[in-house]
Structures are given as structure tokens and as C-alpha cells.
Ligand binder design. Structure first.
Ligand SMILES: *[C@@H]1O[C@H](CO)[C@@H](O)[C@H](O)[C@H]1NC(C)=O
Ligand SMILES: *[C@@H]1O[C@H](CO)[C@@H](O)[C@H](O)[C@H]1NC(C)=O
Length: 825
């Protein structure tokens, strides 16, 4: 998730990791190759073209291997009902990357949305027009206050001295996925009322747009009496119309745009190109209007794919946009005005009730403010769920260039609406821990979509950049995903939670879903268990580190999710990683449990692997350091590294004076036990450690030490005494997992403390005490920062508690809600 995280690691392209991936290909892969080889072999042998043999086999096998990276896994898909078959989830705020917009769960959905600006404050080039969630817009606050993931949502945004409230309510009916109304209210914030002119206006632009592949049309509805609306017809929506109803305030003027935009990624630009200045008479100021009907010269196509209405009005102003489907025949009342307000209030009441029923925060004594925060955190998690459609660019050792994955939909939450408005594999397992408490079927649907993205090798690309809107947010060089690269299999945590919590409540439908999921989970496990295998029996190693770079102080391990957390200084094939070991133990354990529930024979295989990995003796022999009394990675390591700037040579131009790494002492193979941070406590975090182990006592003591990981705001990622604490990785790469407090790992720590606090053993009381303390430290700080800054953040400063990184970050930081509700099992 991160500035760094989104990049393709250089290591993934280096020859070393390519070689290793080809030599340890999965065993399935090897047998299939062997089968193919032998069948080709006998055929040619019969024909006795022995001389041709070698070449042909090589080409045949290479061709086969090339196609594997983008060949779908060959089993029934998990998601069988989607689109119109699930009308409750058809429409939604599935465009997390825009401030406010609705679309459908349909590959070629119509998209609708809002842009706005304040005409007195509009800058050159359209500066000041809001559309996509951009950090650069510097909104003081935005996000859902309430959103149930299906029926309604209400959001507040603060843009300078102005406050916008956007909401929507859906209503089922008809054959085409139902109807909705969206409401946008704009006012001056109370504290600025005396400072702002009475004539201040807002311009709201509501639009509908279509993908080039959407079947159907959209058009403005022009009449002289009403405000221009939008009508249209598509294959899934049938005939529909959107009508604008100003509710409050004085409309100064309206205008429309009907044109052909080059793509869904350029809607705002298209609007800006079309803006005109108009003047009715010389006495009144000129007004900014949309350009009307415009056929761009370069397009043959005179069917508009972007239709928008702009309404400019005095503040305060409220607009209702009513979407109606022709297939709804007996509509009692229009969802507009008072009838909308009533429906919205009904949903709000119901939401409050369901929220308390689910999380019991009032019951636990949390204050109004804390509950408001928790509602916002949950609402942004489920309100930030998107629906994407497209194909990733992927690459394997066998493909000369990146190739296209198959086109598919993805229904997923996102880490951050501004910075990461797309699916991230390892984040999603954390998201699932909150979503499945709110609506377990929603989470199963999300997991189903992710596992339908698994290829025949058992690999799932870890960052999903699907569709033009998503692609537009990612720099070109970061788009390609390598099939050698893993990401922590956090979905096993979600699954573990679901199986524990809902074991008694697995309806036939849920069981059938898990049945379809099972072979894919097996393939996923198998992929990890073979391609990420370590050098010693039972050990594991993250691929994708760059052994050749001299730019980085400590070559990153993006695949581990913990980007720049320091590992062995000199990446090698002989290293082994304690965090991945623990992830694999959880994976095997969870899969064993699922196999058991489903009554599969393969149960014993996973159970054996789980017992093997959960055996603390094995873990200790691979990762325990008697010297530091801690768990650690193993690898080729030295602490004595620093970044130095090369001396400029005299009289030479264009020298590269970027700092490079200098190694002051030769590295040696050893446990990397001078480092202490998140990675070193994974046996505790993922509850692999026996409750009676003295090593647990040691870890509990260590994490409580303020000189090591403890702070008043949560556990810092790297202890203050570690060599690379808060060190830049290159002169341009600020520290990221080198001290900052991350809520996903703090969540795991708190959950583990809860677990050990509930397990018989000598450390039970200690765990309980720490549990209370850590839990409240995190909750208090995240809530305080939210109230102070208006945002939930990516990470928090270990000295001040201040939010840092990107915002809003309502992905795993929203797990604070689970800490509040203590819904761990
Ligand atoms: C995982 O891999 C190890 C060998 O590295 C093997 O012994 C074990 O059976 C595998 N587990 C499963 C469930 O396939
Ligand atoms: C660490 O100490 C234990 C107990 O004395 C011993 O069994 C183990 O072999 C030691 N490990 C190493 C790597 O020296």
C-alpha cells in the first residue's frame, strides 16, 4: 500500500529470481511438463525424426509455459450469481476513486457521478473542479458517515469554507436492478458564514457516461420547463431517466453537455474543455456554462458517451437526482424531497440499530464521538467497495513481454480512495476481518471474486489494476505483475475467522460457496508451498528481492507486504523468512479446518503440514536466536552499511551522484537478530507460539519496552534500537516500515494478546494487562487523530501519534472498529 508498495520490485526482473522460479516450478507444473514431454517424445520416436526432437520439444514446452501465466484455473468459478441476478447489490457507490458516483455490478456499466466547483474560486485550466479523490485537492475532510454497503450511504465533505453532504438511497423494483435517488447539499460552514459573501455560488455537475463497450445510448432530455436531465437505455438497465430536482436555494442558471469523451478516465478533462463563458446582458457578470452539444471533430461517432447537467445556484443549495427505470410500473411515490428525506432517515435509524447489534459499542461504554468514528470507519470500508472490470498485465519468466490476463470483474474493498483506489491482495484479507462481521455473505462474495482471478499455476496477481479509471491512477512502469511474486496470504485469516464464527451457521448456500472456493484455495496453498519454499525443510523464502542493487540501504521485500522492513542485507537464495513461515502455518491450519468441515480426504494432508509447522521445535531450529533471545530471519547479513555520495570527478558533466550503499564489513550467513520489529514477533502475532513457551514471555516483555517497540500510540514497526530505525532506504525513499505504527499489525498483536489472555499458561495475566493497554492506546490515538485532522490515516508517528502516509486510509486502519468491539473470534 504504498508509495513504495505499488512499484514492481526490480528484483522480480533480475536473473536470479527468474532462475529460481524456473528451477523450483511447482510440482504440478513439473509433472504436466513431464507428461507433455513424454507424449511428444513417443510420437516423434515412432516417426523416427530423432534429430528434430530436441528443438521441437523445447519449443513445444516453451509455448506451453508461456501460456500458463494467463490461463485461468480450470474449475467451476466461485461467483455464479452477479449482475442483475443480485438486484440488492446491483447499484452501488462502486467507484471509490471519485468523491461521489454510482455504477452497477456489470462489466460495461453506465457510470454516474458528481463534479463541483465554486465559480468565484475557479482557477485557470479548471483548477478547483472536484471529481476524483485527490490528495492535492486538500479537502479538510471527506468520507462516508454511514453506509451499509447495499442500500444507502451518507457522506460529508469539507472543501475550504464549504460543506457538502452527499447521500443516496436505493429502492428495489422492476427487472433492471431498481432505482435510486442521490442528494447533494452544499452550504457554508457555520464558522465561515460571516466571512463569505451572500452571493457565493456553487456549480454542481451531474453526469452519466458510458464505456466504449457499453451497449446502449445516453442523451440529454431537453425541455424548456425542466432542468436538463439524462435519459438512455442499456442492455442491462433497459430504459431509464435521471431527473434533477432542486430542493432548496435559488438556481441562477443551468447548462448541459452532450459529447463524446475519449474515455472514462478523461471525464473531467472533457468537461473542462467544454466550459464556456456566457453573458446574457452587459449588466450582469459573465457566467461559466457547459458547452451544450459538441461533436469532437476527430470522432465519427455522434452518439454521446458523456451527458452532464450543470446547475449553478446560490448557497445553501440542495439538489435531488432521481434515477428511474422504465421497468418499475407501480411506483407509489417519487423518491424525492420529503419522501427521500423520510427514506434516508429510516435507513439511518436502521443502520444505528444494526451497528449496535453487530459491534455493541454503546453497550461497551464508548462515547458518542467514538461511536461516530467507528461508524465512519466501517462505512468507509463497505462504502469504499468498488466494482472493477478489466485485465491485468502480467509477466512470467517464459513470456518475452507482459501479456494480458483474462478480462474479469473484481468486487473488492480498497485501501485508500485517494491513493490506492483498487484491489490489493494482502490488504483485502485484513479488510475481510471487518467486512465479514458486518455482512459475511458480502465478504464471501468478495473472496469469490478474488479467487476467480487465480491462474492455472495457483497464483493471484497481488495488485489489481482493472479498467481505465484504475489504470489512470498508476504510473505505467508499475502496472505489470510478476507471477514469481507472492503477498501474504491474509485471506486465510479471514477464512479462519469466518469458519470459527459461522461454523454453526453455514447455510447450504455458504457451504456451496466454500465448496467452490476449496480447490482454488488448495491451488493457492500449493503455489506458496512450492514457489516460496526455502532452502531448508520447512522453511520459506519471499521471492522478489534484488540481490544486485547498490542503491538501497537494505533491498526491499515488497512481496512480504512490509516493503522496507530490514531483512538480510544481501539477498540470497539461502535466506529464510520467519513471517512467511508463520503465514504458511496459518494457511495450512485453516485449510485443514475447511477440509474437515467439507469432509474432504485432503484434510489429513493439510493437518499434517499444519502440525509440522505449528511444531515450535521446528520453528525454533530455523529461526530462534540464542544470542538475542528472539526469532529472526536468516540470511547473508551485515549491519555495517551506509549510504554515501560518490565524489564528483573533476571536469566531467552529467555524473550520477546519487548516493549508493557502502558495505563496511563483509556480510556473513547468520540469523538477522540485530533487528527487532514486526517481523520478529510473527510467531506471537499469528499465534503459532505455545501459550506455555517461555519465548512468549520474552516477546511480551520485549514489546512492552518503550525503548524497543512500545509507544503510547501502538507498537512501532521497528524498535528504536535497531540499526535501520527510521532510516531512509535511498536518499529519495523515506522510511515506511521502519518505526511507523501500522494498525494492521497492531490489530494482530492485540488479537494475539486477547488469545493468550484466554489461554492457560504462565503468561496469561501479562497478556491480559498488555491487551487492555495496547487496545486502548490504538483506539484513543486513531480516534483522536480522526477528530483532529478529519481523516483516518495509513500509519501513525511513533513519537507524536500523528497520522502520516496517505489519507483517507480506511482500509485496514478501520480494523480499529474490531478492536473496539473485541470481535476476534
Ligand atoms: C508443503 O511442502 C512440503 C515440502 O516442502 C511437503 O512436505 C508438504 O506435504 C506440503 N504440504 C502440502 C499440504 O502440500
Ligand atoms: C539454542 O539453545 C538450545 C537450548 O540450549 C539448543 O538446543 C539449540 O541447539 C541452540 N541453538 C543454536 C542455533 O545454537
Amino acid at each position: 500500500m504504498a508509495r513504495q508498495r505499488k512499484s514492481v520490485p526490480e528484483g522480480s526482473k533480475d536473473t536470479k529470481s527468474r532462475n529460481s522460479s524456473s528451477s523450483n516450478g511447482s510440482s504440478i507444473q513439473n509433472t504436466k511438463i513431464a507428461q507433455q514431454q513424454s507424449s511428444i517424445f513417443s510420437y516423434w520416436k515412432q516417426l523416427a525424426f530423432v534429430a528434430v526432437l530436441g528443438v521441437t520439444v523445447v519449443f513445444g514446452v516453451m509455448g506451453y509455459l508461456q501460456t500458463r501465466v494467463n490461463t485461468p484455473f480450470d474449475e467451476k468459478r466461485v461467483v455464479i450469481d452477479s449482475g442483475l441476478k443480485v438486484p440488492e447489490q446491483f447499484w452501488g457507490s462502486y467507484r471509490p476513486g471519485v468523491y461521489f458516483g454510482l455504477k452497477t455490478r456489470d462489466p460495461q456499466s453506465l457510470v454516474t457521478g458528481l463534479m463541483w466547483y465554486f465559480p468565484n474560486r475557479l482557477g485557470p485550466g479548471g483548477d478547483g473542479i472536484r471529481h476524483w479523490c485527490e490528495q492535492g485537492d486538500n479537502l479538510d475532510k471527506y468520507g462516508w458517515l454511514q453506509h451499509d454497503g447495499s442500500n444507502f450511504g451518507i457522506q460529508e465533505l469539507q472543501d475550504g469554507p464549504f460543506k457538502l453532504t452527499t447521500s443516496f438511497v436505493k429502492r428495489l423494483g422492476g427487472q433492471n436492478g431498481g432505482e435510486w435517488t442521490a442528494r447533494i447539499s452544499v452550504d457554508i460552514l457555520p464558522k465561515y458564514k460571516s466571512l463569505i459573501s451572500k452571493d457565493e455560488q456553487v456549480s454542481l455537475i451531474w453526469y452519466a457516461a458510458m464505456d466504449s463497450e457499453t451497449e446502449g445510448f445516453i442523451a440529454p432530455t431537453n425541455s424548456n420547463t425542466d432542468i436538463t436531465g439524462i435519459r438512455g437505455e442499456t442492455s442491462t438497465l433497459g430504459e431509464f431517466k435521471m431527473t434533477m430536482f432542486p430542493q432548496q436555494g435559488k438556481v441562477d442558471h443551468e447548462s448541459f453537455l452532450s459529447t463524446s469523451a475519449p474515455g472514462l478516465n478523461l471525464l473531467k478533462e472533457t468537461v473542462i474543455w467544454s466550459l464556456r463563458l456566457a453573458q446574457d446582458n452587459p449588466k450582469v457578470p459573465r457566467k461559466i456554462v457547459l458547452g451544450g452539444q459538441i461533436y469532437p471533430a476527430e470522432t465519427e461517432n455522434k452518439n454521446p458517451n458523456l451527458v452532464a447537467t450543470q446547475i449553478t445556484a446560490k448557497l445553501p443549495f440542495t439538489l435531488d437526482v432521481v434515477f428511474e427505470s422504465k421497468s418499475v410500473v407501480n411506483r407509489n411515490d417519487k423518491l424525492v424531497g420529503d419522501s427521500y428525506t423520510k427514506a434516508l432517515n429510516w435507513h439511518k435509524t436502521r443502520f444505528n440499530q444494526r451497528f449496535e447489534d453487530t459491534f455493541a459499542l454503546k453497550h461497551k461504554g464508548f462515547t458518542e464521538n467514538q461511536i461516530r468514528f467507528a461508524q465512519a470507519a466501517l462505512s468507509n470500508m463497505v462504502g469504499g467497495i468498488g466494482y472493477f472490470y478489466g485485465s491485468s498485465l502480467v509477466q512470467s519468466f517464459y513470456t518475452e513481454e507482459p501479456v494480458r490476463y483474462w478480462k474479469s470483474p473484481l468486487y473488492t474493498a480498497v485501501p485508500s480512495r485517494s491513493f490506492f483506489p483498487r484491489g490489493f491482495l494482502w490488504d483485502e484479507g485484513f479488510h475481510g476481518l471487518l467486512i465479514s462481521q458486518w455482512d459475511v455473505d458480502m465478504e464471501l462474495d468478495i473472496m469469490g471474486h478474488w479467487f476467480d482471478l487465480i491462474n492455472v499455476e495457483g497464483w493471484i496477481p497481488r495488485e489489481q489494476i482493472l479498467g481505465v479509471e484504475a489504470v489512470a491512477k498508476v504510473p505505467q512502469e508499475f502496472i505489470v505483475q510478476w507471477n514469481t511474486n507472492a503477498n501474504p496470504p491474509t485471506f486465510f485469516l479471514t477464512l479462519q475467522y469466518i469458519l470459527n464464527k459461522y461454523e454453526q451457521d453455514l447455510t447450504n448456500e455458504r457451504l456451496a460457496h466454500l465448496e467452490r472456493l476449496y480447490p482454488r484455495l488448495q491451488a493457492w496453498f500449493q503455489w506458496f508451498n512450492t514457489t516460496q519454499k526455502g532452502p531448508l525443510a520447512g522453511s520459506y523464502r519471499w521471492r522478489g528481492r534484488d540481490p544486485l542493487t547498490n542503491r538501497e540501504l537494505n533491498p526491499k521485500t515488497l512481496t512480504s507486504g512490509l516493503d522496507d522492513f530490514p531483512r538480510a542485507s544481501h539477498p540470497s537464495d539461502l535466506e529464510r523468512h520467519i513471517d512467511l513461515y508463520c503465514w504458511m502455518a496459518v494457511a495450512a491450519n485453516t485449510l485443514a479446518k475447511l477440509a474437515y468441515i467439507l469432509g474432504r480426504d485432503s484434510y489429513s494432508k493439510y493437518q499434517q503440514t499444519a502440525e509440522y509447522l505449528m511444531d515450535n521445535h521446528l520453528m525454533d531450529s530455523l529461526h530462534w536466536s540464542n544470542y538475542s533471545n528472539r526469532y529472526a530471519d536468516y540470511g547473508l547479513h551485515t549491519d555495517a552499511v551506509k549510504l554515501v555520495r560518490p565524489k564528483p570527478l573533476p571536469r566531467q558533466q552529467n555524473q550520477n551522484l546519487e548516493m549508493t550503499r557502502k558495505v563496511l564489513k563483509q556480510p556473513e550467513f547468520r540469523l538477522v537478530d540485530s533487528i527487532f520489529g514486526y517481523v520478529n514477533i510473527f510467531p506471537f502475532l499469528l499465534q503459532i507460539l505455545e501459550p506455555t513457551s517461555p519465548k512468549l514471555g520474552k516477546i511480551l516483555t520485549d514489546i512492552r519496552d518503550p525503548n524497543l517497540m512500545w509507544s503510547n500510540y501502538g507498537l512501532r514497526s521497528l524498535s528504536k534500537t535497531s540499526p535501520l530505525y527510521m532510516a531512509k532506504n535511498t536518499e529519495h525513499d523515506p522510511p515506511y516500515w521502519r518505526g511507523q505504527i501500522w494498525v494492521n499489525i497492531n490489530f494482530l498483536a492485540t488479537k494475539a494478546l486477547w488469545h493468550y489472555g484466554h489461554s492457560e499458561g504462565p503468561y496469561q495475566d501479562q497478556a491480559n494487562r498488555l491487551y487492555q493497554e495496547l487496545r486502548m492506546n490504538i483506539i484513543n490515538n486513531v480516534v483522536e487523530q480522526y477528530e483532529k485532522t478529519g481523516y483516518i490515516w495509513e500509519q501513525y508517528n511513533d513519537k507524536t501519534g500523528e497520522g502520516s502516509g496517505c489519507r483517507p486510509f480506511t482500509g485496514w486502519t478501520a480494523l480499529t472498529v474490531v478492536l473496539m468491539s473485541e470481535g476476534f473470534e
